[in-house]
Design a protein around this ligand. Structure first.
Ligand code: NAP
Length: 337
């Protein structure tokens, strides 16, 4: 698959998204569009809007550290706004828009710069919620706010009390709590979207495991199981969540249906690459696992299966596909990022 074909696949809307976009009122503003997920989410929103036959602007806000991305998004029909939203004036200058998708976050580089992570993840949400108090807000959060759980537990559900490990995860819970505070203050309809590991071939835990197998690197099994979801499916769910924002805020776990064994994934890659994976002899412990049954009940199972993701990732590695070089550190157990 070429990178263009990948982009096309990620931005192809389902029939149900197109139908729901006929019902959604107002424009969409994506805050933090410049990351791993934002560009494909913005393009998906543009295509779903066009196919739904309604008039709607899709705005994408970022600092655009990557300038090429800005013109790429513009040529796809996204109206880009270059802004550092930590700057109050820049935040206030953004247009008033009915639907907000909040994707800004900081994870890597937290160790040693904890103050920046807390400001970004737990202070900025308050500024944004004040600014967009008349909008619906889908708040990207993380499954990292849950405790590690036994593999046989079926994963943390929305009823599992949060118990974040490490300052990044604690600041993510801070982000949720601050948004919830302002939701209660102004009756802002919200949905808190707790995601575990999206992948898109150019980044993600499957790419990382596949590369370790291909390069004969022994795999650390302290974290022996994980969840994963195709980024196109995760983005669809985020956009469809705009119609499910409510007050008090809805909480939604978002990931694939399987508790995925990392050993099994490595062996599958081994079959593709005709090699035997190596593993480190370490003690497997509890894992960060997210039970997304509610999400599947609301939105259906993801369109792209785990087996397809594995096949596409193996082909991508074999053909030297582009990489973002943004490691996920999914094997981290102490919450240090
Ligand atoms: N990807 C996953 O598997 C995953 C899993 C769990 C949770 N999440 C959460 O989901 C959200 C989206 O994920 P992602 O992987 O796309 O995140 P990401 O790669 O970190 O993207 C967030 C983007 O926000 C922009 N941003 C940061 N500070 C900003 C500021 N002050 N003003 C304007 N824009 C700013 C940055 O782009 P610029 O440098 O261009 O400004 C950054 O690339 C994040 O909040 C993340 O924590 C993702």
């Amino acid at each position: 698959m070429t990178e263009q074909a990948l982009e096309d696949l990620l931005s192809t809307p389902s029939t149900v998204l197109v139908q729901e976009f006929q019902k959604l009122k107002g424009d969409i503003l994506i805050l933090g569009v410049g990351g791993k997920m934002g560009p494909s989410l913005a393009k998906l929103a543009v295509r779903a809007t066009r196919e739904s036959g309604v008039e709607r602007k899709i705005y994408g806000v970022s600092r655009f550290s990557d300038k090429q991305l800005k013109s790429d998004l513009e040529s796809s029909g996204v109206q880009t706004l270059e802004a550092d939203i930590m700057n109050e004036e820049a935040l206030n200058a953004l247009p008033n828009v009915k639907n907000i998708i909040y994707m800004v976050g900081r994870k890597f580089g937290t160790a040693g710069q904890e103050h920046l992570t807390w400001a970004m993840n737990a202070y900025l949400p308050g500024r944004v919620a004040e600014r967009f108090r008349d909008s619906n807000i889908v708040v990207f959060s993380s499954g990292n706010i849950y405790p590690m759980v036994p593999i046989a537990s079926g994963g943390a559900t929305e009823h599992t009390p949060p118990s974040p490990v490490g300052e990044y995860a604690q600041s993510c819970l801070g982000r949720e709590r601050v948004f919830q505070y302002f939701s209660h203050k102004y009756q802002i309809p919200m949905l808190i979207y707790r995601l575990n590991y999206a992948i898109d071939l150019r980044y993600g835990n499957l790419l990382e495991i596949g590369e370790m197998v291909k390069n004969n690197v022994a795999i650390d099994l302290r974290v022996g199981h994980m969840n994963v979801i195709w980024q196109g499916d995760a983005n669809e769910i985020a956009l469809r969540s705009l119609l499910r924002c409510s007050f008090p805020p809805v909480i939604l776990n978002v990931t694939g249906p399987e508790t995925v064994s990392i050993k099994w994934v490595a062996r599958e890659f081994g079959r593709h690459f005709k090699t035997t994976p190596k593993f480190l002899e370490n003690e497997p412990g509890d894992c960060l696992l997210n039970n997304a049954s509610k999400c599947h009940r609301w939105f259906g199972y993801p369109r792209v299966s785990l087996s397809e993701m594995l096949q596409m990732t193996a082909d991508w590695i074999n053909t030297g596909g582009a990489k973002l070089n943004k490691p996920t550190h999914f094997q981290e157990t102490k919450g240090n990022y």
